[in-house]
Ligand binder design. Structure first.
Ligand SMILES: Cc1cc2nc3c(=O)[nH]c(=O)nc-3n(C[C@H](O)[C@H](O)[C@H](O)COP(=O)(O)O)c2cc1C
Length: 324
């Protein structure tokens, strides 16, 4: 489990960093999850200029980086002040920027302000509903008058620690439970990506295929050299297939997919077949295929693949006649 502690204030002279550090220090002592401090100052997003769409694909580099940061987490603790009875604009903007990356995850709240930031959290809970973020009930509320010396130096009362622990217990438990649900969604998305490979090959559409690979993909394809590094090298390999085949088909069978966080592995058997340029129908050979996906600002993309046939030890020859 990876839980992001989102610091929702970027104001110069903010008090929020003291609170976020307190949350992070306490959380880091736990052994049940990894906790990462996510400071919105490190994600200077523009004001939302285009509808995010719910596709998980974004054109703006800053949005892609933000999407990857959110996607990498299984749950969140929002550390938020209250501005004019509501959520800081910078936090709302960050929430609005992406969508699927928040879905089916858990959220807890640590708030501070004149009246402890309670009204800000009430509004955040509504926003979380729209983002399919499940909000846990335990909450830490820190009034400036009682928890900050001179309303400036954070000195939380002892009773705040058990409240924080309870909040973290709930966020980790709910994040763990929801990860099971999300794995099903991720598997469906990855199967769609692999279907898109089949579609891209059948239509010989190299640009459609390009979208399925990470720019720095490392491919251990059946053909030499030992590795094809980068998406251009991978596409050159597919382009070579298109020079042999007039009509291309591709089958993938016995596909098994395992997902963990923002990484996924799939394995199965693949076969390129079709009609050669000279009109001969070629059945092709079955290869063992392995795919490693990473979830990025462009959705799930292949960062590594491997296609191979076993070899006969006696002759040293690849065995291309095997059937799954
Ligand atoms: C623009 C603005 C509006 C505020 N409005 C409220 C408010 O409505 N209710 C409240 O309890 N505190 C309010 N405060 C006080 C803040 O909660 C407090 O200053 C807090 O330290 C702000 O968080 P930050 O220092 O991390 O930016 C407001 C502060 C600012 C700057």
């Amino acid at each position: 489990m990876k839980i992001g502690i989102v610091l929702g204030s970027t104001r110069p002279g903010r008090l929020g960093d003291q609170v976020a550090r307190w949350v992070h220090d306490r959380a880091a002592r736990r052994g049940d999850a990894e906790f990462a401090l996510i400071d919105l100052r490190d994600h200077p997003l523009p004001h939302l200029e285009a509808p995010p769409g719910f596709s998980g694909q974004y054109r703006d580099e800053r949005t892609r980086a933000w999407a990857a940061t959110v996607a990498a987490c299984d749950g969140f603790v929002f550390v938020t002040p209250e501005y004019n009875h509501s959520v800081p604009g910078v936090l709302k903007n960050a929430l609005d920027h992406v969508h699927v990356e928040w879905n089916t995850k858990a959220a807890g709240f640590v708030s501070y302000g004149g009246v402890g930031g309670a009204r800000s959290v009430e509004q955040l809970r509504l926003v979380c509903g729209a983002l399919q973020l499940a909000d846990v009930a335990p909450q830490v509320t820190l009034p400036l008058a009682t928890e900050f010396a001179d309303r400036a130096v954070f000195e939380p009362g002892e009773h705040q620690l058990p409240a924080l622990d309870l909040l973290l217990d709930h966020v980790v438990a709910w994040s763990t439970a929801l990860a099971t649900l999300r794995r099903g969604d991720a598997e469906a998305a990855i199967r769609q990506r692999l279907d898109a490979i089949v579609g891209g090959l059948r239509s010989k559409d190299l640009e459609a295929l390009r979208r399925l690979y990470a720019p720095d993909v490392v491919s251990f394809d059946v053909e030499p050299p030992l590795q094809h590094v980068g998406v251009d090298a991978k596409l050159a390999n597919w382009a070579k297939v298109f020079t042999f085949f007039e009509k291309v088909d591709y089958e993938l069978r016995d596909l098994v997919i395992a997902v963990s966080g923002d990484l996924a592995v799939g394995h199965g058997f693949g076969r390129v077949s079709g009609t050669l340029k000279n009109g001969v129908v070629a059945d092709g050979m079955w290869v063992r295929a392995t795919f490693v996906f990473r979830h990025t600002g462009d959705g799930w993309v292949i960062v590594h693949d491997q296609a191979s046939v076993p070899f006969d030890m006696a002759t040293g020859r690849g065995m291309t006649e095997l059937e799954p």
